[in-house]
Design a protein around this ligand. Structure first.
Ligand code: NAD
Length: 365
């Protein structure tokens, strides 16, 4: 297959970690007989330096015509970088929010996986972490409380602030379809999280999820209240395969799920629109404290590239090959500084990329 990938390396460690993910993609292309064409685009601080704005219209148009976008991370040290003396709409993060909106990315996917060899980093009790876990949180990204009407007003000397949580059935349905499609590629279980005992928006959420579930008879669908879900995540995370939830619940639960893996440098993410198009990026930031030192962990970006193969290109075998290569390198004891532990072999960012790329093999070749 011939595919065009827009690449936004970004700021800080972005260029280092994306270079390693491209190294792995190139090896996949070679082993599986594909061609990946890359177009490098600027966004964030580097775009401010080059163009005076964090995101140009041309970058948006170029990203739109690509088959998928692979991104590093953007932004600098928020205390010292001159980018943070600019008005908020000209700062690096404004570029990312505008890009997500322009590309219609309404579903955010965050896998949370505990590798057996990294169990020591997991803050959960040993009998819980021993079972391991491998889940994806699908968070609705463009509706709900963060996008509803808001106001603050003072009447008769009393100040009141109002935020509105609103969803229509179409917004819920398209997020649900994504979650069930993803479950079909995994262990075929969806846990939909809501607060249907209190909120009208959650009651509609539950109704629409049940309608969508009927179209996926192979997938087991269960509903869980958000307060119970927050507890279940630390009590028995192994029970989850695909967790589907609205914007604010997803914001909170996906951070909780990240924390229980214990290592930010391992966490991939994807944001998808209604087509196969998506933007793939590590969950962490641009880590200005370690930028340019070749010590960053590229695995989150490599795993984001694996998600790109799976969800945008339907290259499931290729994605599996990348995930398997990462697991093998971890099992052999290679670690970047952030996940280093006694008895392991410390490697640089580029060495980690080489190790993973060298492990890529095609089961049919
Ligand atoms: P951060 O995630 O960049 O760093 C937090 C800590 O994690 C640091 O100690 C860093 O060294 C470490 N870390 C992060 N990624 C790592 C990796 N791959 N390998 C090894 N260590 C890693 O968060 P921050 O310091 O709060 O933010 C720094 C900048 O990143 C800010 O400008 C922020 O706005 C931006 N940011 C961007 C994104 C994005 O591009 N999507 C997301 C979050 C933060």
């Amino acid at each position: 297959m011939n595919k065009n990938i827009a690449v936004i390396k970004g700021d800080g460690i972005g260029p280092e970690i994306v270079t390693e993910a491209m190294k792995v993609l190139d090896k996949v292309a070679k082993k599986f007989g594909h061609t990946f064409n890359y177009e490098q685009l600027l966004m964030g601080g580097c775009s401010i330096d080059a163009n005076g704005v964090p995101l140009t219209d041309e970058t948006i148009e170029r990203a739109k015509v690509a088959d998928a976008v692979l991104m590093g991370s953007i932004g600098g040290d928020t205390n010292t970088s001159p980018w943070y003396k600019l008005p908020p709409d000209l700062r690096p993060e404004a570029g990312l929010l505008k890009l997500r909106k322009s590309l219609g990315l309404f579903a955010n996917l965050r896998p949370s996986v505990l590798y057996p060899e990294l169990r020591a980093a997991c803050p959960l009790r040993e009998d819980i972490s021993a079972k391991g876990f491998d889940m994806v949180i699908v968070r609705e990204l463009t509706g709900g409380l963060y996008f509803g009407k808001r106001l603050t007003e003072t009447v008769n000397g009393v100040t009141t602030a109002v935020d509105t949580l609103s969803y229509n059935e179409n917004e819920i349905r398209r997020a649900a379809v994504k979650a069930f499609e993803i479950a079909m590629k995994r262990r075929k279980k969806v846990t939909s999280v809501d607060k249907a005992n209190v909120l009208d928006s959650s009651r509609l959420w539950r109704k629409v999820i049940n309608e969508v579930a009927e179209k996926y008879p192979e997938v087991t669908c269960e509903h869980m209240l958000v307060d119970n879900c927050a507890m279940q995540l630390v009590k028995d995370p192994a029970q989850f395969d695909v967790m589907l939830t609205e914007n604010m619940f997803g914001d909170i639960l996906s951070d909780e799920a990240s924390m229980i893996t214990g290592s930010i440098g391992m966490l991939a993410s994807a944001s998808l629109n209604e087509t196969k198009f998506g933007l793939y990026e590590p969950s962490g930031g641009s880590a200005p404290d370690i930028a340019g030192k070749n010590v960053a962990n590229p695995i989150a970006t490599v795993l984001s590239a694996a998600m790109l193969l799976k969800y945008s290109f339907d290259m499931d075998k290729e994605a599996d090959a990348v995930e398997k290569a990462v697991s093998e390198v971890i099992a052999e004891g290679y670690r970047t500084g952030d996940i280093m532990s006694e008895g392991c072999k410390r490697v640089s960012c580029s060495e980690m990329g080489d190790l993973i790329a060298n492990k890529i093999s095609c089961p049919l070749c």
